[in-house]
Design a protein around this ligand. Structure first.
Ligand code: IPM
Ligand code: MG
Length: 357
């Protein structure tokens, strides 16, 4: 296969981790006979510094003309002083909207080898946790009407939560399809006891469920879901929810795994196009110091192989390689435990490359 990728290393440790993922992809190319071609573009603070804006038009154009996008991270203290609409994070929202990435897939897997990193009592996660949050990514309060108005309580600011039937339907379809490939259990999270937009969400999810008679669908209020996630996370398999609830619950779920440096994500458009990125942020304090854990980005590249290109065997080879180095006791600083072998960003890449044969 000939594959054309847009690389968006971004800020902080973004370039460090993307570099290792590219090495892994090239190795996969060698072993399984694929050719990867890369075009690197700017976004976030790096783009602000060079081009004066966080998401230059050229970046969008290159991403659109590629087969998929691999992104590191955006943001850092340096740009924290900028007004909200000019912050590096705007680049992420812009890319999501421009590229039509409405479905965000965030697996939260407790790696057996890292079980001790989980902050919950061991009996709660005994036997492992493996769930995936399917988050709606281009609608809701993130993209609804926003603004200011004068009220008798002073200046007010507002952000509108709004969902259209079709927006809910398409994300529900992604979640049901995912559930069909896993344990056929889906939990839809909303706040239908209070919000009109949630009541519409629930109605549409119920309608879509008629096409998936084999999937057991459950609805849960978001406050209860936040509680259940720490009480008994193993009850969940696939969770589908809105943009804002998914933002919050996916952070909570990732913390339960204890190793945010390990978790990949995919943001998918209609069709096979997607943008892939680690869940963690830009960690500017360790940028360029060979300390960042590249495994989340490498696993994001694996998701890309699977979801965009249907290269399941290649994706599994990458996942197996990551697990193998963990099993051998190698640890980057973020997942270090007593008695393990400390490695840096580059060594993690080297070791993973060696496992792919
Ligand atoms: C995420 C992040 C972003 C979001 C921020 C950086 C805009 O928290 O990807 O979860 O809120 O979606
Ligand atoms: Mg978030």
């Amino acid at each position: 296969m000939n594959i054309k990728l847009a690389l968006v290393p971004g800020d902080g440790i973004g370039p460090d981790v993307v570099q290792q993922a590219v090495r892994v992809l090239d190795k996969i190319g060698q072993v399984y006979n694929h050719h990867f071609e890369y075009e690197t573009v700017l976004a976030g603070g790096a783009a602000i510094d060079v081009a004066g804006e966080c998401l230059p038009k050229e970046t969008i154009a290159v991403c659109k003309s590629s087969d998929a996008v691999l992104l590191g991270a955006v943001g850092g203290w340096k740009w924290d002083v900028l007004p909200g609409d000019q912050r590096p994070e705007r680049a992420l929202l812009g890319l999501r909207k421009e590229l039509g990435l409405f479905a965000n897939i965030r697996p939260a897997i407790l790696f057996e080898e890292l079980a001790e990193a989980c902050p919950l009592k061991q009996e709660i996660v005994e036997g492992g946790m493996d769930l995936v949050v399917v988050r709606e990514l281009t609608g809701g309060i993130y993209f609804g009407e926003k603004g200011f108005k004068q009220t008798d309580m002073g200046l007010a600011a507002y952000d509108v939560e709004q969902y259209a039937e079709e927006e809910v339907r398409r994300i529900a379809v992604v979640a049901f399809d995912m559930a069909m490939k896993r344990s056929r259990k889906l939990c839809s999270v909303d706040k239908a006891n209070v919000l009109e937009s949630s009541r519409l969400w629930r109605r549409v999810v119920n309608e879509v469920s008629k096409d998936y008679p084999e999937v057991t669908l459950e609805h849960m209020y978001v406050d209860n879901a936040a509680m259940q996630l720490v009480r008994n996370p193993k009850q969940f398999d696939v969770i589908v929810t809105s943009n804002i609830f998914g933002d919050i619950l996916s952070d909570e779920a990732s913390m339960i795994t204890g190793s945010i440096g390990m978790l990949p994500s995919a943001s998918l458009a209609q069709g096979n196009f997607g943008m892939y990125e680690p869940i963690h942020g830009s960690a500017p304090d360790i940028a360029g110091l060979n300390k960042a854990n590249p495994m989340a980005t490498i696993l994001s590249a694996a998701m890309m192989l699977k979801y965009t290109f249907g290269l399941t065997i290649e994706a599994e080879a990458v996942e197996k390689a990551v697990k193998a180095i963990l099993a051998k006791g190698y640890r980057t600083p973020d997942i270090m435990s007593p008695g393990s072998k400390p490695i840096g960003t580059k060594e993690a890449g080297d070791l993973i490359l060696k496992e792919i044969t």
